[in-house]
Design a protein around this ligand. Sequence first.
Ligand code: UDP
Length: 240
Amino acid sequence: MPVYSRVLLKLSGEVLAGSKSFGLDLKAVEAIACEVAEVAKAGVELAMVVGGGNIFRGVEAVKGGMDRAQADYMGMLATVINALALQDSLERLKVPTRVQTAVEMRQLAEPFIRRRAIRHLEKGRVVIFAAGTGSPYFSTDTAAALRAAEIRADCLLKGTKVDGVYEKDPEKEPDASFLPHISYMEALTRQLKVMDATAFSLCMENAVPIVVFNILRPGNLRRIVLDGERVGTVVDSSKG
Ligand code: UDP
């Protein structure tokens, strides 16, 4: 029996780049699609929000002189490219999907309509939310927190390249200890980088539990959603 009946999986764009530092690695996309397909075929309602950092990140373009809003719209378009790649991979694995975009582009995807998204999930379709929130100055983490609350997901699974949350940055301080379970308050007061502040406070206010885990380790998604194993870091309102 799956532990969760409806989940929102957030994928950062960089996990779709594979070993490349930029763009899409179709083998990496396929590998992730396989993990998602296994969970979807087990009957779990699965929605996804995908980032775009492997293609374009607004704040970085601003450093080069671009207008922030303009750069952010480009970033949102990058997430649509990733969403279409994932959709293609999932459908080749015989998983029915729908892409819904927060910025209308009707020739290639449905516009975001909350009730329709829920209906798709109930019918066993994986719904991929693209174009973030549709507004500049936000992140796809915030879009994930927002959509998770809107579809009343049991939890937000943040699939990353790292195993979870550490007390310090493990890349700078190799002795940093791993935190398997923390409360929202602890993450805030210790300034642990779970998500950006807007995303994080949305989860806290709406009591959406977060699991930060390594999506690049095969089987992790299944372990969390189907087997109920403790993988990664859980952030919720209970004590750590
Ligand atoms: N973005 C935005 N509004 C949103 C979501 C995303 O403007 O609601 C833009 C922003 O420029 C961001 C880019 O899209 O840098 C890609 O998203 P993000 O950096 O969150 O992707 P990730 O880091 O998850 O790959």
